[in-house]
Design a protein around this ligand. Sequence first.
Ligand SMILES: [Zn+2]
Length: 281
Amino acid sequence: MIDFNILECPVCKKTQHKNLYSLDKGRLIKCQNCHLAFYIPRPTAEELSDFYNQQSYRNDYEQSVMSSHDFTENRYLELKKIIATYQPNLLKQSNKTFLDIGCGLGDLLSLAIADGWQVTGTEISPIATEQSDINIRDRILIGDILSLDFPESSFDLITIYHVIEHLIDPMHTLIKMRKLLKPDGVLFVETPNMGSLGAKIKGKEWSHIIPPEHITYFDLSSLDYAIRHSGFNNCNVFTSSPQVIKSIENWSNPYKSIAEFIYKLMPILGLGATLQSIAIK
Ligand SMILES: [Zn+2]
Protein backbone atom coordinates (compact mmCIF):
# COMPACT_ATOMS: atom_id res chain seq x y z
CA MET A 1 0.00 0.00 0.00
CA ILE A 2 1.39 3.37 -1.01
CA ASP A 3 1.52 5.97 1.73
CA PHE A 4 0.00 9.07 0.14
CA ASN A 5 1.27 11.38 2.86
CA ILE A 6 4.94 10.99 2.02
CA LEU A 7 4.63 11.24 -1.80
CA GLU A 8 6.08 14.45 -3.11
CA CYS A 9 4.68 16.09 -6.24
CA PRO A 10 7.41 15.94 -8.94
CA VAL A 11 6.89 19.65 -9.65
CA CYS A 12 6.13 21.50 -6.40
CA LYS A 13 7.26 18.85 -3.84
CA LYS A 14 4.06 19.27 -1.80
CA THR A 15 2.35 16.15 -0.45
CA GLN A 16 -1.38 16.98 -0.66
CA HIS A 17 -2.98 14.92 -3.43
CA LYS A 18 -6.34 13.61 -4.50
CA ASN A 19 -6.97 10.33 -6.26
CA LEU A 20 -7.89 10.69 -9.95
CA TYR A 21 -7.99 7.20 -11.46
CA SER A 22 -7.08 3.70 -10.38
CA LEU A 23 -5.22 2.01 -13.24
CA ASP A 24 -4.01 -1.55 -13.88
CA LYS A 25 -0.75 -1.39 -11.97
CA GLY A 26 -0.93 1.94 -10.20
CA ARG A 27 -2.96 5.11 -10.06
CA LEU A 28 -3.08 8.67 -11.25
CA ILE A 29 -3.14 11.30 -8.54
CA LYS A 30 -3.43 15.08 -8.72
CA CYS A 31 -1.41 17.54 -6.67
CA GLN A 32 -3.72 19.90 -4.75
CA ASN A 33 -1.13 22.67 -4.86
CA CYS A 34 0.11 22.91 -8.50
CA HIS A 35 -2.55 20.67 -10.17
CA LEU A 36 -0.03 18.34 -11.79
CA ALA A 37 -1.43 14.85 -12.36
CA PHE A 38 1.11 12.06 -12.02
CA TYR A 39 1.36 8.33 -12.08
CA ILE A 40 2.34 6.36 -9.00
CA PRO A 41 4.33 4.32 -8.25
CA ARG A 42 6.97 6.48 -9.96
CA PRO A 43 9.23 4.28 -12.09
CA THR A 44 12.95 4.42 -11.39
CA ALA A 45 15.36 5.70 -14.04
CA GLU A 46 16.58 2.12 -14.47
CA GLU A 47 13.05 0.76 -15.04
CA LEU A 48 12.39 3.44 -17.64
CA SER A 49 15.66 2.76 -19.41
CA ASP A 50 14.80 -0.99 -19.56
CA PHE A 51 11.35 -0.11 -20.90
CA TYR A 52 12.64 2.14 -23.67
CA ASN A 53 15.27 -0.41 -24.72
CA GLN A 54 12.71 -3.20 -25.25
CA GLN A 55 12.48 -4.28 -28.87
CA SER A 56 8.70 -3.78 -28.98
CA TYR A 57 9.03 -0.17 -27.82
CA ARG A 58 11.80 0.42 -30.35
CA ASN A 59 9.57 -0.94 -33.14
CA ASP A 60 6.66 1.32 -32.12
CA TYR A 61 9.02 4.23 -31.80
CA GLU A 62 10.47 3.61 -35.26
CA GLN A 63 7.00 3.74 -36.75
CA SER A 64 5.99 6.85 -34.87
CA VAL A 65 9.04 8.89 -35.88
CA MET A 66 8.38 8.15 -39.54
CA SER A 67 6.17 11.22 -39.47
CA SER A 68 5.23 12.79 -42.77
CA HIS A 69 7.07 15.74 -44.22
CA ASP A 70 3.85 17.80 -44.16
CA PHE A 71 3.42 17.17 -40.44
CA THR A 72 6.93 18.40 -39.65
CA GLU A 73 6.61 21.37 -41.98
CA ASN A 74 3.35 22.41 -40.29
CA ARG A 75 5.05 22.05 -36.92
CA TYR A 76 7.95 24.26 -38.02
CA LEU A 77 5.67 26.94 -39.51
CA GLU A 78 3.55 26.96 -36.35
CA LEU A 79 6.68 27.31 -34.19
CA LYS A 80 7.89 30.27 -36.24
CA LYS A 81 4.48 31.92 -36.00
CA ILE A 82 4.51 31.62 -32.19
CA ILE A 83 8.08 32.97 -31.95
CA ALA A 84 7.12 35.86 -34.28
CA THR A 85 4.31 36.76 -31.85
CA TYR A 86 6.27 36.60 -28.58
CA GLN A 87 9.95 37.15 -29.47
CA PRO A 88 10.07 38.51 -33.05
CA ASN A 89 13.67 39.76 -32.83
CA LEU A 90 14.95 36.19 -32.59
CA LEU A 91 13.88 35.38 -36.14
CA LYS A 92 15.75 38.41 -37.51
CA GLN A 93 19.01 37.44 -35.76
CA SER A 94 21.95 35.93 -37.65
CA ASN A 95 23.85 32.87 -36.31
CA LYS A 96 20.80 31.63 -34.40
CA THR A 97 21.32 28.43 -32.40
CA PHE A 98 18.56 25.84 -31.93
CA LEU A 99 18.41 22.76 -29.70
CA ASP A 100 15.58 20.24 -30.16
CA ILE A 101 15.29 17.81 -27.24
CA GLY A 102 13.87 14.42 -28.21
CA CYS A 103 14.45 15.22 -31.88
CA GLY A 104 13.66 11.74 -33.27
CA LEU A 105 15.17 11.50 -36.73
CA GLY A 106 15.85 15.23 -36.76
CA ASP A 107 13.27 16.25 -39.39
CA LEU A 108 12.51 19.54 -37.63
CA LEU A 109 16.24 20.29 -37.48
CA SER A 110 16.61 19.69 -41.23
CA LEU A 111 13.97 22.35 -41.91
CA ALA A 112 15.61 24.73 -39.45
CA ILE A 113 19.06 24.33 -41.09
CA ALA A 114 17.54 25.23 -44.45
CA ASP A 115 16.11 28.32 -42.76
CA GLY A 116 19.48 29.52 -41.41
CA TRP A 117 19.65 28.02 -37.91
CA GLN A 118 22.68 26.26 -36.40
CA VAL A 119 21.12 23.14 -34.98
CA THR A 120 21.70 20.45 -32.36
CA GLY A 121 19.38 17.62 -31.40
CA THR A 122 19.27 15.19 -28.51
CA GLU A 123 17.54 11.83 -28.53
CA ILE A 124 17.47 8.97 -26.05
CA SER A 125 17.05 6.35 -28.75
CA PRO A 126 20.06 5.33 -30.88
CA ILE A 127 17.61 4.90 -33.79
CA ALA A 128 18.08 8.62 -34.37
CA THR A 129 21.69 8.21 -35.41
CA GLU A 130 21.10 4.92 -37.20
CA GLN A 131 18.31 6.17 -39.45
CA SER A 132 18.38 9.94 -39.62
CA ASP A 133 19.39 11.84 -42.74
CA ILE A 134 23.14 11.69 -43.31
CA ASN A 135 23.39 15.51 -43.27
CA ILE A 136 21.87 15.77 -39.82
CA ARG A 137 23.33 12.67 -38.14
CA ASP A 138 26.40 14.35 -36.65
CA ARG A 139 24.22 17.10 -35.18
CA ILE A 140 22.31 14.60 -32.97
CA LEU A 141 23.63 13.54 -29.57
CA ILE A 142 22.31 10.35 -28.01
CA GLY A 143 21.35 10.60 -24.34
CA ASP A 144 19.22 12.29 -21.72
CA ILE A 145 19.48 16.08 -21.67
CA LEU A 146 20.29 15.94 -17.93
CA SER A 147 23.41 13.86 -18.53
CA LEU A 148 24.61 15.55 -21.73
CA ASP A 149 27.21 18.23 -21.30
CA PHE A 150 26.60 21.59 -23.02
CA PRO A 151 28.10 24.94 -22.01
CA GLU A 152 25.64 27.27 -20.26
CA SER A 153 23.96 29.99 -22.38
CA SER A 154 24.53 28.10 -25.65
CA PHE A 155 21.17 28.34 -27.40
CA ASP A 156 18.76 30.98 -28.69
CA LEU A 157 15.92 28.46 -29.00
CA ILE A 158 15.19 25.17 -27.24
CA THR A 159 12.18 23.05 -28.16
CA ILE A 160 10.87 19.98 -26.35
CA TYR A 161 7.97 18.29 -28.17
CA HIS A 162 6.09 15.50 -26.39
CA VAL A 163 8.94 14.59 -24.05
CA ILE A 164 8.09 16.27 -20.73
CA GLU A 165 5.18 13.87 -20.05
CA HIS A 166 7.71 10.99 -20.09
CA LEU A 167 9.96 12.46 -17.40
CA ILE A 168 10.29 11.32 -13.79
CA ASP A 169 11.66 14.73 -12.83
CA PRO A 170 10.38 17.45 -15.18
CA MET A 171 11.65 20.29 -12.96
CA HIS A 172 15.33 19.35 -13.31
CA THR A 173 14.92 19.28 -17.08
CA LEU A 174 13.20 22.69 -17.14
CA ILE A 175 15.93 24.17 -14.94
CA LYS A 176 18.65 22.68 -17.17
CA MET A 177 16.97 24.02 -20.33
CA ARG A 178 16.83 27.51 -18.82
CA LYS A 179 20.56 27.28 -18.02
CA LEU A 180 21.35 26.30 -21.60
CA LEU A 181 19.43 29.27 -23.04
CA LYS A 182 21.16 32.55 -23.80
CA PRO A 183 19.62 35.68 -22.21
CA ASP A 184 16.38 36.47 -24.13
CA GLY A 185 16.45 32.91 -25.48
CA VAL A 186 13.19 31.08 -26.10
CA LEU A 187 11.93 27.78 -24.67
CA PHE A 188 9.02 26.09 -26.46
CA VAL A 189 7.27 23.16 -24.77
CA GLU A 190 4.52 20.97 -26.24
CA THR A 191 2.75 18.16 -24.37
CA PRO A 192 -0.73 16.55 -24.27
CA ASN A 193 -3.30 18.65 -22.40
CA MET A 194 -4.70 16.91 -19.30
CA GLY A 195 -7.32 19.69 -19.21
CA SER A 196 -8.46 19.06 -22.82
CA LEU A 197 -12.05 18.25 -23.73
CA GLY A 198 -10.88 14.79 -24.83
CA ALA A 199 -9.18 14.11 -21.48
CA LYS A 200 -12.27 15.29 -19.60
CA ILE A 201 -14.68 13.17 -21.65
CA LYS A 202 -12.56 10.02 -21.82
CA GLY A 203 -11.34 10.02 -18.20
CA LYS A 204 -9.00 7.12 -17.52
CA GLU A 205 -9.54 5.90 -21.11
CA TRP A 206 -7.83 9.04 -22.48
CA SER A 207 -5.32 7.86 -25.09
CA HIS A 208 -2.38 9.58 -23.37
CA ILE A 209 -2.75 7.68 -20.10
CA ILE A 210 -0.12 5.08 -20.96
CA PRO A 211 2.26 4.55 -18.04
CA PRO A 212 5.16 3.99 -17.82
CA GLU A 213 5.53 5.96 -21.07
CA HIS A 214 3.51 8.96 -19.92
CA ILE A 215 3.85 9.51 -16.18
CA THR A 216 3.56 13.30 -15.75
CA TYR A 217 0.42 15.09 -17.00
CA PHE A 218 0.13 18.84 -17.30
CA ASP A 219 -2.77 21.23 -17.78
CA LEU A 220 -2.66 25.01 -18.33
CA SER A 221 -2.10 25.89 -14.69
CA SER A 222 0.42 23.16 -13.80
CA LEU A 223 2.59 23.80 -16.87
CA ASP A 224 2.60 27.54 -16.15
CA TYR A 225 3.50 26.80 -12.51
CA ALA A 226 6.34 24.43 -13.47
CA ILE A 227 7.91 26.76 -16.03
CA ARG A 228 7.71 29.81 -13.76
CA HIS A 229 9.16 27.89 -10.80
CA SER A 230 12.08 26.74 -12.95
CA GLY A 231 13.07 30.41 -13.19
CA PHE A 232 11.25 31.88 -16.21
CA ASN A 233 9.39 35.12 -15.40
CA ASN A 234 8.07 35.55 -18.92
CA CYS A 235 5.87 32.57 -19.82
CA ASN A 236 2.74 32.12 -21.95
CA VAL A 237 0.74 28.91 -21.90
CA PHE A 238 -2.07 28.06 -24.34
CA THR A 239 -3.72 25.08 -26.03
CA SER A 240 -3.97 24.03 -29.64
CA SER A 241 -5.80 21.51 -31.81
CA PRO A 242 -4.20 19.24 -34.41
CA GLN A 243 -4.09 20.80 -37.88
CA VAL A 244 -5.15 17.61 -39.62
CA ILE A 245 -7.64 15.39 -37.81
CA LYS A 246 -7.35 11.94 -39.37
CA SER A 247 -10.34 10.45 -37.51
CA ILE A 248 -12.83 12.82 -39.16
CA GLU A 249 -11.24 13.02 -42.62
CA ASN A 250 -13.83 10.70 -44.19
CA TRP A 251 -16.87 12.02 -42.33
CA SER A 252 -19.63 13.57 -44.39
CA ASN A 253 -21.29 16.93 -43.72
CA PRO A 254 -22.76 18.39 -41.61
CA TYR A 255 -20.96 16.14 -39.07
CA LYS A 256 -17.50 16.93 -40.41
CA SER A 257 -18.14 20.70 -40.34
CA ILE A 258 -19.48 20.49 -36.79
CA ALA A 259 -16.47 18.43 -35.65
CA GLU A 260 -14.08 20.89 -37.33
CA PHE A 261 -15.85 23.80 -35.63
CA ILE A 262 -15.48 22.12 -32.22
CA TYR A 263 -11.77 21.44 -32.86
CA LYS A 264 -11.26 25.13 -33.71
CA LEU A 265 -13.27 26.31 -30.71
CA MET A 266 -11.46 24.19 -28.10
CA PRO A 267 -8.14 26.12 -28.07
CA ILE A 268 -10.06 29.38 -27.55
CA LEU A 269 -11.58 27.84 -24.42
CA GLY A 270 -8.24 26.37 -23.26
CA LEU A 271 -9.58 22.86 -23.95
CA GLY A 272 -7.43 22.01 -27.02
CA ALA A 273 -5.78 18.59 -27.24
CA THR A 274 -2.25 19.94 -27.05
CA LEU A 275 -0.67 22.20 -24.49
CA GLN A 276 1.96 24.67 -25.70
CA SER A 277 4.16 27.14 -23.90
CA ILE A 278 6.66 29.75 -24.93
CA ALA A 279 8.92 31.12 -22.21
CA ILE A 280 11.64 33.72 -22.55
CA LYS A 281 14.77 33.78 -20.37
ZN1 LIG B 1 2.45 19.96 -7.19
